[in-house]
Design a protein around this ligand. Structure first.
Ligand SMILES: [Zn+2]
Length: 148
């Protein structure tokens, strides 16, 4: 009987720790589940629902999982897509571009160069001068306002 109870205790302890600790951690940082699904699994948030698609303050957008500076308000524009859109990156080395064939066509996925968090996709229908649209999930970003 004693051994039986001991076994149950172990079982409960294991299932609890697996559930709480591992699922919503990325790059050693505990994140809300919806954010984790984007940066870790490459999910896409629904358009017009994120924190930054219509955000107009001046400052820098950094990676939610490692604080790597990725985009600036200087390059942000209203694309009408419902996701934060930029026509350029803050620094070329900070954003990785990778081929993505998940939807049965070739798209370019963009990732944080430092922690490999999924950011969104890159399209070639942006405004001048680059003609590019970095289409990013709000969930992948945090905002640092410019000091006045
Ligand atoms: Zn990162």
């Amino acid at each position: 009987m004693k051994l039986y109870l001991f076994g149950i205790t172990i079982l409960l302890a294991c299932s609890c720790s697996g559930q709480v600790n591992d699922d919503n951690v990325y790059n050693g940082r505990a994140l809300p589940e919806n954010i984790c699904r984007v940066v870790k699994d490459g999910a896409t948030e629904r358009p017009f629902t994120g924190e930054f698609w219509n955000h107009k303050e001046e400052g820098v957008y950094i990676c939610v999982a490692c604080d790597n500076p990725l985009f600036t308000s200087d390059h942000k524009y209203a694309s009408g897509s419902g996701w934060p859109s930029y026509y350029d990156v803050l620094n070329d080395g900070n954003v990785l571009k990778k081929d993505d064939y998940n939807l049965g066509m070739r798209r370019i996925e963009i990732q944080c160069s430092s922690c490999k968090a999924h950011l969104g996709h890159l399209f070639n229908d942006g405004p001048k001068p680059t003609g590019m649209r970095y289409c990013v999930n709000s969930a992948s970003l945090k905002f640092k306002a410019k000091k006045k």
